[in-house]
Design a protein around this ligand. Structure first.
Ligand code: CDP
Ligand code: CDP
Length: 226
């Protein structure tokens, strides 16, 4: 189909958002934007520069110094995020960033900065974006909205497996605590809390393999596209 739409994917941490987003982007030949990577990269910058997040002037000034962009890596065939021309795709996945990102993402100035860039990226359609507020705030008119869910224990197990490959010192308790803390902050913050949009379709992938989940979502996408 030549029709191009916006697909918004939201949900709690580690519920399979980026997995389905990447699968769909490949199948539909769309651009995938990982909005969480933007909040993580901003957090990395704040950590490196000792930004006091309680100090609005410091936060505003720091944001002025941050340039984010997504570039396609031909080798990994993945889109990777650059912070001021440095590839930080792997650094931002580390626990030190995960521990601070939800506090940073709750700040009004940070959200305004990220959301305006995200909305520009959606201007040409043919975009799949995942995050917490994509269907509610960034693209309230997205043609297809998905809300991913999976049981807590399975989310912790999946994320632990992922992180353990890179850091065998990590414990499952640490991962469980981080996910629980971020889910709480993300769902309870004042600005753009994590919510299922009224018109979002909920997909529970607790018992679905990535292939099964792709089939299900492709059917939904095709019905919107036809
Ligand atoms: O991969 P995971 O689901 O664990 O997290 P992520 O998508 O990389 O997002 C990291 C953090 O960024 C979240 O815990 C939120 O605090 C924040 N975030 C947000 O506030 N709004 C978004 N649209 C995306 C992420
Ligand atoms: O983007 P988000 O944080 O929501 O989650 P993800 O990174 O897509 O998924 C977290 C982990 O769960 C990844 O290692 C996926 O491969 C895995 N996963 C899975 O095992 N089965 C699914 N149906 C979806 C994701």
């Amino acid at each position: 189909s030549s029709k191009k739409i916006i697909i918004a994917i939201d949900g709690m941490s580690s519920c399979g958002k980026s997995t389905i987003a990447k699968q769909l982007a490949q199948q539909l030949n769309y651009i995938y934007v990982d909005s969480g990577a933007m909040y993580r990269a901003i957090t990395l910058y704040f950590l490196r520069n000792n930004i006091d997040i309680a100090n609005t002037t410091q936060v505003k000034d720091a944001l002025q110094e941050i340039e984010l962009d997504f570039r396609f890596n031909e080798q990994s065939e993945q889109v990777e995020i650059f912070l001021n021309d440095e590839n930080v795709e792997y650094l931002i996945r580390e626990m030190i960033v995960a521990e601070k990102v939800s506090e940073v993402a709750a700040l009004a100035d940070v959200r305004a900065y990220a959301v305006s860039q995200q909305q520009k990226m959606g201007g040409k359609k043919g975009v799949i974006m995942d995050g917490r507020d994509i269907g509610t705030v960034v693209f309230p008119h997205a043609e297809l909205k998905l809300f991913m869910v999976a049981d807590n224990a399975i989310r912790v197990e999946r994320r632990f497996k992922e992180l353990y490959q890179k850091n065998p010192n990590i414990t499952i308790e640490e991962v469980a605590h981080n996910i629980e803390m971020r889910d709480y902050i993300d769902a309870n913050r004042e600005i753009s809390p994590l919510r299922k949009a009224k018109d979002a379709i909920e997909i529970d992938n607790t018992n679905l393999t990535p292939d099964e989940q792709l089939q299900k979502v492709l059917n939904l996408a095709n019905s919107v596209l036809s």
